[in-house]
Design a binder for this molecule. Structure first.
Ligand code: ZN
Length: 94
């Protein structure tokens, strides 16, 4: 038998995406709320390494995710929703 533990978070509890530079391990926390108006970062603010190139498929995917999160969070706050939307994350056993 295997015991699995998971973290369950309501989608409205999500605060930010966190980018960690693979070069220097500097962290950027990127708010998910719709008041975010800044463009995604291109360079690490700590070491100036390129982290999200303009032509990167990762950047394109993140842009779509952020636009989708804006739509989802705005819709949930405006209209309510008959179902709770939650994310499951693995939680290592102690
Ligand atoms: Zn860096």
């Amino acid at each position: 038998m295997t015991l699995e533990s998971r973290i369950v978070a309501d989608v409205t509890d999500l605060l930010a995406l966190r980018f960690e530079c693979q070069q220097c391990h500097g962290v950027i926390s990127w708010p998910l709320k719709s008041e975010r108006k800044r463009a995604l970062p291109k360079r690490c603010p700590s070491c100036d390494e390129w982290i999200l190139l303009e032509s990167s498929p990762v950047r394109a995917g993140l842009t779509q995710v952020l636009e989708g999160m804006d739509l989802l969070l705005d819709s949930l706050s405006d209209e309510g929703c008959p179902v709770a939307i939650r994310l499951e994350l693995p939680h290592p056993a102690p």
